[in-house]
Ligand binder design. Structure first.
Ligand code: HSE
Length: 433
């Protein structure tokens, strides 16, 4: 007789609702593929009276997550409440009860991953997190399973659907604030959208991917993070005229054994690169393995159904663990690099786009060039739209490879020049070498 796995759902908001609906649509298909029937048995919600666009028997609902986790009938716990406080208690309680857990919670993993995976290891239950990174793109499974025979030397990811949506809309002429509002209306943005536009959400995700790829847990404070707030429509225009797009880009790279760069910042990328064409709410991740070479993974990075699809994928894995009575097939995360370290941003190298607001008068470019030369930074091209003698105009410089430390020092000196009228805007350039 086919076994039934009872699912306890913690949180029935946007993603939780999507999971219930998707299970209704494809539960029978999953059962025939997995050889196990799936049933959502208990659901913890914030309010029993809230109107929902999906059906769960009233008797299954509770406002107390403990009732769900401790229910002996519940075999598997799916945490979809977000945040790092109650969610942490939920995940730890479920794991300690020996129940596998599926979570979509990137902030929780970023901050507490090490502790949670240690708890999973101790309890013998797995903790699955496909939905925490890149929405519907199965990137965790790719790194964990499909590329198990590779060292991941480079990973580049557009990992925040909201920022990518905003940059795409700004490129089409929409104001920043209007684009943020639209992303919120469409259910892409975090409850607090500064988590998106400040780069933090994407930084949590790139930290998770770096941890998985390199076998040691990368903490949020180790991920150098910049958001998209400083990117102006002017930068998108100048980048375009120079043959580049601007994307919020996560980077995990190591050219030789040693510290790994793990960062999240806006970057100019050549507009003929495949990632330059990842638009709107889509995410794209390029993973370079030392055996396979470049692989590309693309899909909707935020939104109800895309994220629900990733949760279902994890439910499938957890169900197979339960069916076969083993969690050892391929663990969700195993630390395997005791000497792993993150390279400080100052020690990383890149090319740069620099936009200055300068007085339009003779000798300004020479002064800026002198500062750059003193810091051993070469100029590869310059754009200076004409203005009026004495007025402020943009001065755009494309700079050769240099250490970030040298660039930061040069920026401080440039800011002090009397002809420079505003804080310089520096955006790194990524050539995917
Ligand atoms: N706010 C996130 C994004 C949701 O826009 O990518 C998916 O994690």
């Amino acid at each position: 007789m086919t076994r039934t796995v009872n699912i306890g759902l913690i949180g029935a908001g946007t993603v939780g609702g999507g999971v219930v609906q998707a299970l209704k649509r494809n539960g029978a298909l999953m059962a025939s593929r997995l050889g196990v029937r799936l049933r959502v048995t208990r659901v913890a919600v914030r309010s029993l009276r809230k109107k929902r666009d999906f059906k769960v028997p009233q008797s299954a609902l509770t406002t107390d997550w403990r009732e769900v986790v401790n229910d002996p009938k519940v075999d598997l716990v799916v945490e979809l409440i977000g945040g790092t406080t109650t969610a942490k208690d939920v995940v730890l309680a479920a794991l300690r009860a020996g129940k596998p857990v599926v979570t979509a919670n990137k902030a929780l993993l970023a901050f507490h991953g090490e502790k949670l995976f240690a708890a999973a290891e101790k309890s013998g239950a797995n903790l699955y997190y496909e939905a925490s990174v890149a929405g519907g793109v199965p990137i965790i499974k790719v790194i964990r399973e499909a590329l198990v025979g590779n060292r991941v030397t480079h990973l580049y990811g557009i990992l925040n659907g909201t920022c990518n949506f905003i940059l795409t809309k700004m490129n089409e002429g929409m104001e920043f604030d209007a684009a943020v509002k639209l992303a919120q209306q469409q259910g892409y943005a975090e409850a607090d959208p500064t988590l998106d536009v400040g780069g933090y959400d994407a930084a949590h995700k790139v930290g998770i991917l770096a941890s998985l790829a390199h076998g040691f847990w990368v903490k949020p404070k180790q991920v150098y993070t910049e958001g998209i707030e400083q990117v102006a429509p002017l930068d998108l225009e100048f980048a375009d005229s120079l043959g580049y797009a601007i994307k919020l880009l996560g980077i995990v790279k190591t050219s030789k054994p040693g510290p790994v760069q793990v960062s999240m910042y806006p970057a100019l990328i050549p507009d003929d690169h495949v990632l330059a064409n990842v638009s709107d709410v889509y995410n794209g991740i390029l993973v370079r393995g030392d055996v396979v070479g470049d692989t590309l993974h693309y899909g909707q990075g935020a939104g109800r159904d895309a994220t629900a699809s990733a949760v279902l994928s994890d439910i499938g894995d957890a169900v197979l663990d339960l069916k076969h009575g083993s969690t050892d097939r391929l663990k969700a995360f195993i630390p395997h690099e005791s000497n792993g370290a993150v390279r400080p941003i100052e020690e990383t190298t890149s090319c740069y786009y620099l936009r200055l607001s300068v007085l339009d008068r003779p000798g300004v470019l020479a002064k800026v060039s002198a500062v750059l030369a003193k810091n051993k930074i070469g100029i590869s091209s310059v754009i200076q739209p004409e203005g009026h003698e004495g007025s402020s105009v943009p001065l755009i410089l494309m700079l050769h490879y240099a250490k970030n430390a040298a660039m930061q020092k040069a920026l401080k000196e440039i800011r002090k020049l009397s002809a420079v009228k505003a804080k310089p805007v520096m955006i790194r350039v990524e050539n995917f070498a």
